[in-house]
Design a protein around this ligand. Structure first.
Ligand code: 5RP
Length: 227
């Protein structure tokens, strides 16, 4: 798992706070990344104590974490999530940039399908305006033309390289990821619409207005912002 900012304690507090919001008998979308993993582990402890839930994983990684935690799994084709818990790379209000773990296509599918979407993060993720590179999952053959279209939109795209593998990152869906710098994103909804309109883009990491609650782990506790 990649290493991101914030302490393990801050991430754990955020994850446990979100796990606290999960009711008995519900279906839970299980996000990807180190902060979402703390929620998965906490839910596993609660399942051991009798909590009856089923999880929908958003990646190979979160499926493994859920299996290790003993959370029964179900697919999105079989059940709709009542609640989803997921991390973020950057949070501005209720808008997010996700995809640091290249899982944003399935994450968006599951998070958007949930009745309630809880974001778990540490304070290093908070920003006044989104300005981090936007991860964009693209069909492999489409990468050169998508990158050219991104430059036309004013972005600076970089194909994401794998670690401990020659060549690019390949997603759980068999696609590539381009990280695109746009500087400060003044209108995330407009940029999201532009990105979604590029042929060959499978999914982009702008999550605009999807989140319902933001749980931020701090040095001493958790700050929760609700709509
Ligand atoms: C994966 C994601 C992650 O949720 C995001 O990268 C945050 O990860 P972490 O909690 O490890 O900082 O979007 O695609």
């Amino acid at each position: 798992m990649k290493r991101t900012g914030g302490t393990d304690e801050q991430k754990r507090r955020a994850g446990e706070s979100a796990a606290d919001a999960v009711d008995d008998g519900t279906v839970v979308g299980l996000g990807t990344g180190s902060t979402a993993a703390t929620a998965i582990r906490e839910l596993g402890r609660r399942v051991d104590s009798g909590l009856d839930i089923r999880g929908i994983p958003t990646s190979y990684e979160s499926r493994q974490a859920a299996r290790e935690a003993g959370i029964p799994l179900v697919s999105l084709a079989e059940a709709t999530p009542d609640i989803a818990i997921d991390g973020a790379d950057q949070v501005a209000g209720f808008d997010l940039i996700k995809g640091g773990g290249a899982a944003h296509a399935r994450e968006k599918l599951v998070d958007a399908a949930a009745d309630r979407f809880l974001v778990v993060a540490d304070g290093t993720k908070l920003a006044a305006t989104l300005d981090a590179p936007v991860p964009i999952e693209v069909l492999p053959d489409a990468e050169p033309v998508v990158s050219a279209d991104l430059e036309t939109l004013g972005g600076s795209p970089t194909l994401r390289d794998a670690e401990r593998k020659d060549g690019p990152v390949v997603t759980d869906n068999g696609n590539l990821v381009v990280d695109c710098e746009f500087g400060a994103i003044a209108d995330p909804a407009a940029l999201a619409a532009d990105l979604a309109g590029i042929p060959g883009v499978v999914e982009h990491g702008l999550f605009v207005d999807l989140a319902d609650e933001i749980h931020v782990g701090t040095e001493t506790g958790v700050d929760v912002t609700e709509r």
